[in-house]
Ligand binder design. Structure first.
Ligand code: DQA
Length: 176
């Protein structure tokens, strides 16, 4: 496995949770499962430890708080896992905050939004994510930790680098 040798090595994984996830366990268990957010936090801490990593596990029902957690993660984390919950589908502010993070970002969901209502098919978070894991309940979070560990020292900006296509030459008399 790649060794994390960049300057973020040793820093925790930030796991950022959005609105209503504080009610997991009793919130629509047929969709989100019976695990509470505290259960998921313990599972994440154990999985991170198995990779020699630690976590900072955060939740807020307020969009501005989530933006502040993400701003903090820029200098304080080796990578970010985000379940922005309902804000996934609406928040340009969260997208803007994610776009300023150079470390890998994994978007997670307990359910599979693509298989649900149309309004859940759009994700502002995906635009800034290195990868997406959805539909696997609490395992989505654990697999996201495995993914960050496997990515090692990869920087999101490098991984997602776009190759600029050559500008086509001006038409100099070809087909009209
Ligand atoms: C969710 C999916 C979102 O559409 C929803 O608004 C949530 C939870 C999930 O983890 O499945 O609150 O992010």
């Amino acid at each position: 496995m790649a060794k994390n040798t960049n300057k973020t090595s040793g820093l925790p994984i930030y796991i950022v949770n959005g609105p209503n996830l504080n009610l997991l366990g009793s919130r629509e268990p047929e969709i989100y499962g019976r695990a509470t957010l505290a259960d998921i936090e313990s599972l994440c801490a154990a999985r991170a430890k198995s990779h020699g990593r630690s976590i900072v596990f955060l939740q807020s029902n307020k969009e501005g708080d989530l933006v502040e957690y993400l701003q903090e993660a820029r200098g304080m984390s080796c990578g970010v896992i985000i379940n922005a919950a309902g804000y996934t589908h609406t928040s340009v502010a969260i997208l803007d905050a994610l776009q300023m993070i150079a470390q890998p970002v994994i978007e997670v969901h307990l359910s599979n939004p693509a298989a649900r209502e149309n309004f859940r098919h759009r994700s502002f978070v995906s635009k800034a994510a290195t990868g997406i894991i959805a539909g696997l309940g609490a395992n989505s979070y654990l697999l996201a930790i495995d993914a960050l560990a496997a990515l090692g020292a990869t920087r999101k900006k490098t991984a997602a680098k776009k190759t600029t296509a050559k500008k086509p030459k001006k038409n100099s008399g070809g087909r009209k």
